[in-house]
Design a protein. Sequence first.
Length: 418
Amino acid sequence: MAENGQVDLEAPGVPSEGPPLAGATRFGRRVRLFTRWPGRSRFACEGRCVTGGEDECPVKVLGGISCASIATWLCILVPSAVYFAVAFPNIVRLWDVQPARLLLMASLGLMSATVVLLVATCCSDPGIIPRRHVVIATGSRARLEAMLGHDLLGTAGREPTGDPLEDAEHMVPPELRKRGYRWCHTCEIVRPPRASHCSDCDHCVMRFDHHCPFVNNCIGQRNYHFFIGFTTAAMILAAIVLPSMMWGLFSKRNDTTKVTEGSMLMAAWLRFVAMCGVGVVAASAAALFLLWVYHLMLVLTGRTTKEHLTGRGPPLDVHNEPTLCARRGPRLFDPREWVDSAAMFDAIRVSGSASSGSGAADGQRPTVVVARRPGRGGKFVTPAQPLPPRFVAAHLRAARQDADQSPSSQATQQGADP
């Protein structure tokens, strides 16, 4: 039975034997790929939805959602609720709008489109490129080469050494280097010209635009059109909701009912709070409009946000790959794919030992290899000492535990005992 993305190899209908995955030296429990995903991205709905790894000011009560994401939802839901509860009834009553149902349906449709596009931007795959050991463990090297048109793992017959300059020179074939392909030292893959590594999610993304903390996801090849649709719908919604809400809250009405001093003071405080809230929402709407204009300029010039901010020009064939109207492209990995935990562990170990130039023998604790990564200022830093076991990545520890608990590993240990 499946439990937490894991399956017992001896359960009926689950093959306990079969061809080993690439890089596997033994068999372990089969687990879902998203339960052992090495990056910071989070998966929901059993791997069907993926969101970013933003951890700035997380709210633990809400599952670690960042404050920026909460602010985005509040700026959409709260003004819309005030519009439907206060402004819309006054518009229908005072302006005698006919038919009122059409206005209500149009307003609800626009709000629903905004929410749906926001969810699609937050929870869709932006074009994640799997890391080297994920490709090895899933045996998807040939499939990805057919999809991308180049070998993701680099020059055939070579393994990364961990040296940034040497790997950038030898792991990328010369013909690909001339076309703008580059080597990612973190993922240990050859990424396409417009792809880039996101430091927040810790993986490479196809045609990377930027990481947006307000939607808690990367914006890339597969969700950029969702992002543009969301900003457009939200801007139109703000243009309708804000004036109506201000008119419904602050317009003077002929009211013959007697009011006391206390009720007047309460009304003044409520009006002040409402004015502050409307001001915050109006400032957010103005910033959203500027963002929409900026991305409209990027769409017309065929550039991404990173290409514009870094001053790096788009590739020569940018007209064949526009930022908005290009094909979305297929997903490069399946988070729900069953992978062998031992194969995943072996792929991580093999990749790490290749980068360090040495490996650990079977049955021994593998050396924790820390590859050189660019630090602040563009300088490459290397830790003076290997990390202790408690700092080993969580997915590496989990993979090793699964491998140690596998039936084949236990049988091996029992056979070795006198």
